[in-house]
Design a protein around this ligand. Sequence first.
Ligand code: NAD
Length: 355
Amino acid sequence: MIRVGINGYGTIGKRVADAVRAQPDMTVHGVAKRSPDYVAVGAAEAEYPVYAADEDRTDGFREIGIDLAGMVDDLVAESDVIVDATPSGIGAQNRPLYERHETPALFQGGEDATVAEVSFNARANYDEAEDADYVRVVSCNTTGLSRFLAPLYENYGIEKARVTLVRRGGDPNQTGRGPINDAVPDPVSIPSHHGPDVQTVFPELDIDTIGLKVPTTMMHLHTVNVTLENAPEDIAAVREQLQDEDRLLTIPEYAGIDGAGTLKDFALDAGRPRGDIWENCIWEESLTLEGNDLYCMQAIHQESDVVPENVDAIRALTGHLPGPESRALTNETLGIDSGRLSKRDELAIDRQTAD
Ligand code: NAD
């Protein structure tokens, strides 16, 4: 069993903890929490051993009835791997702590790429993390783009990718973030940081990105144009290749899913924890081929798409399983079934044939 410690128990940390708990080869050794708040109560109720990140706040945990298992230093010493899910920039400050205990660690996409030896995406470069001690799981947007681009890169080659990222203003619990009534170029300069970030996974890829922020908390939306080196036979061939990918959910027309709101409703109906959508959500009707130019629109659930990637990165870092096996196990244990909607299409066709 790989003992996993989670340092930083917020939006990403709590989801990663639950995903780790669902794995047959890992256990949550504990979670380090800074504030004795409702999320700390949730961690204790989930029976995760709680470690304090901050000496000055230990009394606060006792006052709300949480018995601490120790300090973050103890968690790092006792764990086989640390998942650092602290806010952007804090992970880099924590690296000396992990080095002191010789505990390998994962960082998140809010950190600079220099925080780790490898910027990781399970579909694109799992093997590169196998010899590393420190790995950065790339951001939600970079994860979504890497998953989409990897099969195109392999099957057709990519001359150039151009992406506009319409980003959610904040997560649902980020009450202070905006905009509240605007569409804001963010950043106004081009390219946005997303293109260079995708290049940390695909160093040779020619990609330009433009970013903006809008007043929603639900999901990001990407409009993608990829000029392929070799033209696909037709759009159906591309669609089938994308449907064969395990973390790409293609949305058929019949489903009536017309935006992030219906996607979240679909996820809640499907009983997904917290309404999470771990897969890229690609509208099938948007997949269009004009010569060598492929177009599409996809939605990315920022709070959860990196969660299966963290689980796979733990296995890569510890040399526990090869990539395809790890991905399959993660998918099975979390209930990631990207074919759910497409299979219904097949069922309908089967039924018509039977009639
Ligand atoms: P968050 O603010 O929801 O959670 C961070 C948690 O860490 C909070 O509970 C905070 O109290 C705690 N914390 C702060 N300082 C700490 C310290 N010194 N030691 C221990 N804990 C500390 O943040 P998040 O959204 O979960 O983001 C975490 C990382 O994941 C960032 O790098 C972020 O860029 C990345 N990420 C976030 C998203 C997203 O949409 N939320 C998506 C992908 C990646």
